[in-house]
Design a binder for this molecule. Sequence first.
Ligand SMILES: CC(C)(COP(=O)(O)OP(=O)(O)OC[C@H]1O[C@@H](n2cnc3c(N)ncnc32)[C@H](O)[C@@H]1OP(=O)(O)O)[C@@H](O)C(=O)NCCC(=O)NCCS
Length: 190
Amino acid sequence: MSELRTERLILREWRASDLAPWAAMNADPEVRAHFPEVLTREQSEVRAAAFQADLERRGWGWWAVEVRATGEFIGFTGLDPVDDDLPFTGVEAGWRLTRSAWGHGYATEAGRAALAVGFETLRLPEILAVTTATNLRSQAVMRRLGMTRDPADDFDDPDLADGPLRPCVVYRISAAVHRSLARERAGERE
Ligand SMILES: CC(C)(COP(=O)(O)OP(=O)(O)OC[C@H]1O[C@@H](n2cnc3c(N)ncnc32)[C@H](O)[C@@H]1OP(=O)(O)O)[C@@H](O)C(=O)NCCC(=O)NCCS
């Protein structure tokens, strides 16, 4: 699972050459609009090292994403256990792409590959996705992946003081729904 290939993307382990574009995207206020702050180069490097260590240790996590046609690093997508301080447990799917890579369907394509690993290899019963109520683009990815939101799951980010980023939403997809959507897509291709 150290590398996943989709039609247009490679989800792979992190490389030293990813660090400069990774730090640049985390310093972009538009990419960080739904996070409390932009990241310094050092914070970005620490996170990339932690993501790579997770991939080496367990074979899945936040994969670096590369466009196959150009070799360009465009961000990450993957799976991770939800943070300990959230009011629920489970494994979440997530994505973060550099601004120029938005609007191509890359997050949905990479997210679908990550869900396939979660359900078909890790045999998870369910996968979650969590974001701020304000992050409509990320929620659109969740819906495109067949995930659904129950407003009863909405919660306030325990790490943040009152403000626009505090209210969060949770989307979920079960293994059974994933299987039936995968069957539908396979039927469409025939
Ligand atoms: C969240 C994020 C990854 C979503 O990216 P995105 O590009 O909007 O999502 P997708 O990759 O699924 O692309 C969908 C768009 O590509 C378009 N598209 C173009 N070509 C396409 C293709 N071949 N296939 C599918 N969609 C295509 C779709 O029509 C859609 O456009 P729209 O947004 O105008 O409706 C991105 O906004 C981001 O990185 N944000 C900052 C970080 C962040 O907030 N991460 C989430 C934290 S929880």
